[in-house]
Ligand binder design. Structure first.
Ligand code: C2O
Ligand code: CU
Length: 504
């Protein structure tokens, strides 16, 4: 086995060993693509839409014929999709019937601090001791600013932001990665009239695609190294945890390597990488080996100014891409496979589309998509800050640190006056997808060069590659209070790679 010290004596692991499933897996492209159900509000009075979500355990059929116990929002994986309108606030009442405390974060939301899902703002399940009244609280549980509730919590979101695809997921301190792995993730759209009038593919020609890898043990339960002490003794598994957990099964909307029938027409794909640690580089390949264009119309924080055409598209954990694919050139009966160029063997396939019929297509991709992508310039910046994202030691073991320090809820790392523009220079040792809460940002440069084509638009997560530095620029507007920035490799986040951002 590998001790933490043995792991530490090496270079930081760039990629973890992939966990192998011990249960028979289905052939690719046999399972139909599920579409997450859309949640109905329980009331819509007073200009606010109210929703209710129960967090509970459920045994789901992820692999055909196999029941997998998961942690869910309303009994499904992904959780139900919330459809919000720009400027119309929503309140989501979450009820925690899981065996552990939870925290909900709406990723990419311009959230007020009290509903941002700070990692110590726990919702305790019934019977769980209040961390303020017990001595065996976990690290960070004595955060004096934490607002802890029991059983339920109302999260209110102003939805005062550009239309885009957001996602909600667990954010509990030190335990985010296993909670997401077990199923605590769902989608939330923000829409508005302007976007809907563009004529982009819509209705059943707009598909959310939540991509996430998992591994299954011989009972069909999810493999997760940190929850199974025996696993840590197997060679490579400790490293798998430290580097970020990778599975050998690729799920899209909770189904393994699914298949979806489409018309020979344009489709708008709203892609989220909800994986803990896996990076993908997606391409669309026809049966006769042609690559279809991926026409990007939006980034994490909404529409680009103009469409950008890619042959392949890298996507890091937590990133979203809004992409149009045109299937009209594909003969009826043929398939288009979505392939992960970074994968090998099983993890090379993601899903497939089968072109089922010819059909009329009234959609279009306008040359101008939006005119409100902020164009901050370096000269707008009140200051420049530097942050390193590197391996290091934490509590005597392996950690992932920002600026040499592991996360501590009691320490303010950065204080920014509300409304200031800043440039942040981020530097990484290995892959780190860096996410800022509250704000969207632009990527200014990568290692001193121009940003990459897929860095276009307004982002909330930037994927730093090994040894790379990137400059981002943003205006810290919104609300005063305590927010976060962190690596969105979920295991890195749990191992300390997170910091506090205080807007004053
Ligand atoms: Cu998607 Cu702070 O998280
Ligand atoms: Cu990281």
């Amino acid at each position: 086995g590998l001790s933490a010290a043995a792991v530490l004596s090496r270079r930081p692991p760039a990629t973890g060993a992939e966990l192998r499933s011990a249960v028979p897996l289905p052939l690719a492209f046999r399972v139909p693509l599920p579409l997450p159900s859309v949640l109905k509000p329980v009331s819509t009075s007073g200009g606010v839409d109210r929703y209710e979500i129960t967090q509970r355990e459920a045994a789901l059929e992820i692999l055909p014929g196999v029941r997998t116990p998961m942690w869910t929002y309303n009994g499904t994986f992904p959780g139900p999709t919330i459809e919000a309108r720009r400027g119309r606030p929503i309140t989501v009442t979450h009820r925690n019937e899981l065996p552990v405390p939870t925290v909900v974060h709406l990723h990419g939301g311009r959230n007020t601090p009290s509903s941002d899902g700070y990692p110590t703002d726990l919702v305790l399940p019934n019977g769980w001791p209040d961390p303020a009244h017990t001595m065996h609280g976990m690290r960070g549980m004595h955060d004096p600013r934490a607002v802890v509730t029991r059983l339920t919590r109302d999260y209110t979101f102003p939805m005062d932001q550009r239309p885009t695809l957001l996602w909600y997921h667990d954010h509990r301190m030190d335990f985010t990665a296993p909670a997401i792995w077990r199923g605590l993730a769902g989608l939330q759209f923000v829409r508005d009239d302007a976007e809907e009038s563009l004529g982009l593919p819509a209705g059943r020609r707009e598909l959310p695609l939540v991509i996430a890898d998992r591994a299954f043990d011989d009972h069909g339960h999810l493999h997760y190294p940190a929850l199974d002490p025996t696993l840590r003794k197997q060679p490579g598994v400790r490293e798998a945890y430290v580097a970020g957990v990778l599975g050998d099964v690729i799920l899209v909307n909770g189904a393994p390597w699914p298949m979806h029938e489409v018309d020979a027409a344009r489709y708008r794909l709203r892609i989220l990488n909800a994986s803990n640690a896996r990076h993908y580089e997606l391409e669309a390949v026809t049966d006769d080996g042609r690559r279809l264009d991926l026409v990007q119309v939006g980034a994490d924080q909404g529409l680009l100014a103009a469409p950008a055409t890619h042959r392949s598209l890298p996507i890091a954990p937590a990133e979203r891409y809004d992409v149009v694919i045109d299937f009209s050139s594909v003969p009826v009966g043929n398939r288009v496979r979505i392939v992960n160029r970074l994968g090998s063997g099983r993890t090379r396939d993601v899903m497939a589309f089968r072109v089922a019929r010819k059909a009329a297509d009234g959609s279009r991709i306008p040359r101008v998509l939006s005119n409100d992508v902020p164009a901050w310039r370096r000269s707008d910046a009140a200051r420049v800050r530097d942050f390193s994202f590197r391996a290091g030691r934490m509590h005597g073991g392996h950690g992932w640190l920002i600026g040499g320090r592991p996360f501590d809820p009691a320490r303010t790392d950065v204080t920014v006056p509300l409304g200031d523009v800043e440039v942040w220079r981020l530097i990484a040792d290995v892959h780190h997808p860096v996410h800022l809460h509250l704000v969207g940002f632009r990527v200014l440069s990568r290692s001193g060069k121009q940003p990459l084509p897929h860095d276009a638009g307004l982002k909330d997560t930037v994927s730093l590659r090994p040894g790379e530095s990137a400059e981002i620029i943003t205006r810290f507007d919104g609300y005063r209070g305590r927010y976060l920035f962190h690596c969105h490799n979920a295991e890195h986040e749990d191992m300390g790679m997170m910091a506090n951002l205080e807007i004053i």
